[in-house]
Design a protein around this ligand. Structure first.
Ligand code: DAH
Length: 347
């Protein structure tokens, strides 16, 4: 009955078998099922078994052989299944597709377009702080000490303590302050545009907001004339609103320019014929501009007898509203994705 016992031992051994890879599995197959393997050796012993035991042991040996074959096959299938699982397993390091791509904010699209137009005309970019001082926002821009724009109704002053409002630290109310910053560090020729955010103490409505965006332009060199200003603004208007766009300049007043003007473009909706959009005038206002006041040059240490310059300032919201016909300023800062998704940038 030694063979009987051996068969049982090998059977339970086989049932416990595991293989971590194909190589190990092949080793087991050779060990148990090859010509000189464990099962074959037991088969060889079968020859010496007495006749009365042949039937019982023959069945047991066949069962053992089948059990070994089944086990090896099962292990192989298991390895294969694991391998497939590896191939299809979720790779958590991969980027999930499709990526829900956002769109640029409409104000960024228009700001980039403005930057693009002026950099093609030779302007470079300049930047300044949003938290500014009175000197750069007002004094150096030739605002009189009692100018109403300095009033707390318009300008945000920084509170340094509950009952002490620091009159000198303010949120800039226009990007013209960057003009003063640029003139401090650069000598003419200066040709810059300064895009940025500005703040005014306004009640938030469809037409006004406590913060908005501007682009300031400044060109200082010898013999800069009003004709240069007009030509650059015409080019800008035609690039931005189409080549048939006309401009007109109306006399105006700003402390930092003399003479000053406000620029209108021919209404891009009706082409200048007059419609409800342009209040039947055929024109819409887009920016303020003028020749840099000699006082502004002198206050920043530039000799106004040698140099002259022009400046202009426009609201990015205004241009964006005109381009996309947006009527409510609040949409720009509400972050409603249904609104934001409508704008597909060309660049
Ligand atoms: N700073 C003016 C504003 O905020 C805009 C402006 C007008 C800027 C005329 C200029 C300019 O540089 O020349 O309303």
């Amino acid at each position: 009955m030694l063979l009987q016992e051996n068969i049982q031992n090998v059977l339970s051994e086989i049932q416990q078998l595991t293989a971590k890879d194909e190589k190990e599995l092949e080793g087991l197959r050779i060990k148990y099922l090859s010509k000189k393997g464990v099962v074959a050796q037991l088969m060889a012993e079968f020859r010496n078994v007495s006749a009365d035991q042949k039937k019982e042991l023959g069945i047991a040996l066949n069962q053992l052989k089948n059990a070994a074959l089944d086990k090896i096959n099962n292990l192989r299938e298991g390895l294969h299944a694991n391998k497939c699982q590896c191939d299809t397993q979720v790779d958590l390091t991969r980027t999930p597709y499709p990526i829900p791509l956002g769109t640029r904010h409409p104000l960024s699209i228009i700001r980039n377009e403005i930057i693009d137009i002026f950099t093609r005309l030779g302007f470079s970019l300049a930047d300044g702080p949003e938290i500014e001082d009175d000197l750069h926002v007002f004094t150096k821009m030739n605002f009189a000490a009692d100018h109403p724009a300095r009033d707390m109704q318009d300008t945000f002053f920084i509170e340094t303590s509950q009952d002490n409002v620091e009159k000198n630290v303010i949120l800039r109310s226009h990007t013209s302050s960057v003009q003063a910053r640029v003139m401090e560090t650069q000598q003419p020729p200066i040709r810059v545009i300064c895009p940025g955010r500005v703040f005014r103490n306004e009640t938030i409505t469809a037409r006004a907001h406590c913060f908005f965006h501007q682009v300031e332009g400044l060109y200082i060199d010898k013999n800069v004339s009003f004709a240069d200003l007009k030509q650059v603004l015409l080019l800008f208007a035609q690039e931005m609103f189409g080549k048939d766009t006309k401009i007109r300049l109306r006399p105006s007043y700003f402390p930092f320019t003399e003479p000053s003007a406000e620029m209108d473009i021919s209404c891009h909706i009706c082409g200048g014929k007059g419609c409800s959009f342009c209040k039947h005038t055929g024109w819409v206002e887009i920016l303020g501009c003028g020749m840099v006041d000699p006082n502004v040059l002198e206050l920043s240490g530039i000799d106004s007898k040698i140099y002259s310059g022009y400046a202009f300032g426009m609201g990015i919201e205004r241009i964006t509203n005109l381009k996309y016909m947006i009527k409510d300023l609040r949409l720009f800062s509400e972050n409603d994705v249904r609104f934001l998704k409508e704008f597909i940038s060309a660049n």
